[in-house]
Design a protein around this ligand. Structure first.
Ligand SMILES: Cc1ncc(COP(=O)(O)O)c(C=O)c1O
Length: 487
C-alpha cells in the first residue's frame, strides 16, 4: 500500500472543492498572477499555494495534517520527533543553537561550520569554542573530525553545553559518529549534527550511517539538497531527551515564518513518501551511476577522484557515494576555471568548485546519459592543448599550505555583531576585531567570524580567494575590498 501523504492529499481536496478564495495569497489560485509567471510555471503551483485555511494546519501549533506528516517523517527517518522547516536547514540549526545554549555559555563547534550555525551563535550570545576537523593540504578540503579532537576540546572546556558537528561534509566525508557520541554523552551533553548533506542516509546499507543511528541527539537535514523537496524545505529530527524540546519548539516559533508555504510542506511530505516507499531502490540507482562515473574518471590522466579508502586512510569513517569530488590540480587548472569551462562548452553545471576541485552531486534524478556527457566533457577538458597559465595567485597557493587560518576570538560573535563598527580597506584590517562574517559560498564556511582578531594571514587568504574569483557572502561589501571592524 502506498505511503499516505497527508499534506498532498489535503491540498488535492481543497483544489477539488473549487472554493472561491477570499483569502491570501493575492493571486487567488493563480487567476491574477501575471502572464509571464503563469507561462513559466503553469497554474498548478498557484492552486496549491494556500495558507492556513480550514483543512490545512498550523506549522506553529500542528494538530492536523502537518502533525500527521511530521509523525510519518519521524518514523521514516528514525526520530522521536520531526519538525518541518520552511526557512531552510539554516533555520533548524539556529533553533538548535538557541535550544542548547544560553548567552555566555560555551558551545563546541567545528571551524568548518556553515555560517547559519554562526548566525545561531549571534542570536543566542553563546561563546563558541572552535575545534578543527582534519584538513587535506594537498587538495585543500576539510576531512573528518576525530573523537580524540572532541575529547581534547571537551577536556579544555568542561563547561561546554553542547557539541555541534557537520556530518557528512559538503564533500560527503563522514566522521566516526558512534565514537564521537560516546565522548560527548560521557559529559552528559547533546551532540547536534548538521546533516544538511545527509537526508538520504540510512536507507541503503552501502551508504554511511545515519547520524541519529550513530548517537546524535538532534539533526538537521537538507531535504532539498539530496532528496526531492523544493529548495528551502528541510527537516529537523530529535531523539532522546538531551535537547530541551520545549525550548527548541519555542525557538522554531521565533525563527520560522508564520506564512507557511504549503508548496514547501507538500514537497517535504512527498520527499518523505518517496524515501519510505522506494528509498533503497533510488539510492541503489544513484550508487551504481556514481560508481560508473568514478570508474570512467579513474583512467583519466591528471584527474583524481578520491574514494572511500582514501578518506579512511585520513581518519574518516566513510564516504557518501553520491558525492563525487573531482580534483583537477594535476591538470594545472583551478576548479573554478574547470567549472566555467564545463558550463560554457558543455552546458554542464556542477554543484561547487573551489581551488582544485569540482563537486558533483549525483541523485536518482540523473541519468546514465547525464553521466556520459559529464565524462565526455571532462575528457575533452583534460585534453585541452594549452590550458590557461595558472594565475600567479594560484602559484602562491601551491607554494604554501592553504588551510584557512585559526584566529583568536576576542569577544563573543554577538558582542561583536552589536558593537559599533566601521568599514576599513582589507589591508588595513590587520590587528582589528571583525564585526562581520565572511564566507566563500558555496560551501558557506566562514573564513572570518565576528569577534575574531584579524591576522595578516587571513587578510591574504581573503584577497587570494577574491582574486581567484571565489564568491564571498556575509560581509557588507560585495567585492570584499573592505571589512567591517569594531571601533
Ligand atoms: C553544511 C551545511 N549546513 C547548512 C546549510 C544551510 O542550509 P540551507 O541553505 O537549507 O539553509 C548548508 C547550505 O549550503 C550547508 O552546506
Amino acid at each position: 500500500m502506498p505511503s499516505p501523504l497527508p499534506i498532498l492529499d489535503a491540498l488535492q481536496r481543497y483544489q477539488d472543492r473549487k472554493t472561491t478564495r477570499f483569502h491570501m495569497p493575492g493571486h487567488k489560485g493563480g487567476r491574477e498572477a501575471g502572464s509571464a509567471i503563469r507561462e513559466l510555471l503553469g497554474e498548478k503551483p498557484f492552486l496549491a499555494d494556500v495558507t492556513n485555511v480550514p483543512g490545512m494546519d498550523d506549522l506553529h501549533q500542528p494538530g492536523g495534517i502537518i502533525q500527521a506528516a511530521q509523525e510519518l517523517a519521524a518514523q521514516t527517518f528514525g526520530a522521536d520527533h520531526s519538525y518541518f522547516l520552511i526557512n531552510g536547514s539554516s533555520c533548524g540549526l539556529m533553533a538548535l543553537m538557541m535550544a542548547c545554549c544560553a548567552p555566555g555559555e560555551e558551545v563546541l563547534v567545528p571551524r568548518n561550520i556553515h555560517r547559519s550555525i554562526l548566525s545561531g551563535i549571534i542570536l543566542n550570545g553563546a561563546c563558541p569554542v572552535f575545534y578543527r576537523p582534519a584538513y587535506d593540504l594537498d587538495i585543500c578540503i576539510p576531512l573528518a573530525v576525530t573523537p580524540a579532537a572532541i575529547s581534547r576540546a571537551l577536556k579544555a572546556h568542561p563547561q561546554a553545553r553542547a557539541v555541534f558537528l557537520v556530518n557528512p561534509t559538503y564533500n560527503g566525508i563522514v566522521s566516526d559518529l558512534p565514537a564521537i557520541a560516546e565522548v560527548v554523552h560521557g559529559r552528559g551533553i547533546p551532540l547536534v549534527v548538521d546533516e544538511a548533506h545527509g537526508p538520504h542516509l540510512g536507507f541503503h546499507e552501502q551508504y554511511p550511517l545515519r547520524s541519529l543511528e550513530g548517537g546524535a541527539d538532534a539533526v538537521v537535514q537538507g531535504t532539498h539538497k539530496l532528496l526531492t523537496a523544493f529548495t528551502q524545505a528541510s527537516m529537523l529530527h530529535l531523539k532522546g531527551e538531551r535537547v530541551n524540546r520545549d525550548r527548541l519548539e519555542q525557538s522554531l516559533k521565533v525563527l520560522q515564518s508564520t506564512s507557511t508555504s504549503y508548496l514547501l510542506l507538500a514537497s517535504l511530505d512527498a520527499a518523505r513518501g518517496e524515501m519510505a516507499e522506494r528509498g533503497w531502490e533510488l539510492l541503489e540507482r544513484t550508487r551504481v551511476m556514481a560508481q560508473y562515473l568514478r570508474n570512467e574518471l579513474d583512467s583519466l590522466p591528471g584527474v583524481f577522484v578520491f574514494d572511500e579508502g582514501w578518506v579512511k586512510e585520513r581518519g574518516a569513517a566513510g564516504l557518501d557515494p553520491a558525492k563525487v569530488t573531482v580534483t583537477v590540480k594535476e591538470l594545472g587548472l583551478t576548479g573554478l576555471w574547470a567549472e566555467s569551462w564545463l558550463r560554457e562548452k558543455y552546458d554542464l553545471q556542477v554543484e561547487m568548485s573551489d581551488l582544485f576541485n569540482l563537486l558533483l552531486i549525483v541523485t536518482a534524478g540523473n541519468t546514465r546519459a547525464d553521466i556520459d556527457r559529464l565524462v565526455q566533457g571532462l575528457k575533452e577538458m583534460a585534453a585541452v592543448e594549452s590550458p590557461p597559465e595558472p594565475p600567479p595567485v594560484l602559484r602562491a597557493v601551491l607554494e604554501r599550505a592553504c588551510q584557512p587560518p585559526s584566529l583568536p576570538l576576542v569577544c563573543t560573535p554577538r558582542e561583536a555583531f552589536f558593537h559599533p563598527a566601521v568599514p576599513v580597506p582589507l589591508e588595513q584590517a590587520v590587528g582589528r576585531v571583525a564585526a562581520e562574517t565572511i564566507a566563500s559560498y558555496p560551501p558557506g564556511i566562514p573564513l572570518l567570524c565576528p569577534g575574531e582578531r584579524i591576522t595578516r594571514e587571513v587578510v591574504e587568504f581573503i584577497a587570494l580567494g577574491r582574486d581567484l574569483g571565489l564568491h564571498f557572502q556575509g560581509q557588507q561589501d560585495p567585492a570584499a575590498s573592505c571589512l567591517r571592524v569594531l571601533v
